[in-house]
Design a protein around this ligand. Sequence first.
Ligand code: HEC
Length: 172
Amino acid sequence: MKQIPILLIVAAAAIGTGGAMTLSAAGADYESSQIFGGKLPPGYRDWTLISVAHEAGKFNDIRAILGNDLAVKAYRDGTVPFPDGAIVVRVAWSYVPSEENDKVFGQPQSFVAGTPTNVQFMVKNSREYASTGGWGYTQFNDGKPAHVAVQACYACHVPAKARDYLFTRYSP
Ligand code: HEC
């Protein structure tokens, strides 16, 4: 029994000295296999917020762009290209007026997230997705994988090539 705390200390020390990156890379492999195996990766909704955006027109949505640990570290460090294992997810909801909030403000001015629309992922693996700039693209509708034209995703992201095909900038 007395040895257990020592083992824990050794394990904690290993994580503290570079093991953390290995751990998150292993986690990223798992997340990637989930995503391309047709499952939303566990915990993606808790990833770190990179920024938010609103699309008008036919989308009329409000969206949040989140990243796993590797993606967010690269964003914060300004690392381009992003390392393999980086994953960026875009979640979106319909953009709806809030009567409840408007009553408090005394005029129509409040818009909030309504029902979810779809979830889009970009997963970095420079070898596996070399033909699409090193990113694998996929989308989920109602939690289920959608059939997407991956080349069309990629083609539209080419204008952001200088930032490794990511349009979203990190909002501090
Ligand atoms: C018509 C052009 C277009 C197409 C097609 C397109 N995207 Fe994007 N995508 C954008 C633009 C512009 C943004 C940034 C603005 C925004 O968030 O709406 C973006 C943002 C994203 C983001 C957030 C990271 C970033 O680059 O800012 C992800 C993830 C994403 N798209 C995935 C996909 C996937 C997966 C597909 C294919 C199913 C796809 N996109 C197809 C234009 C496109």
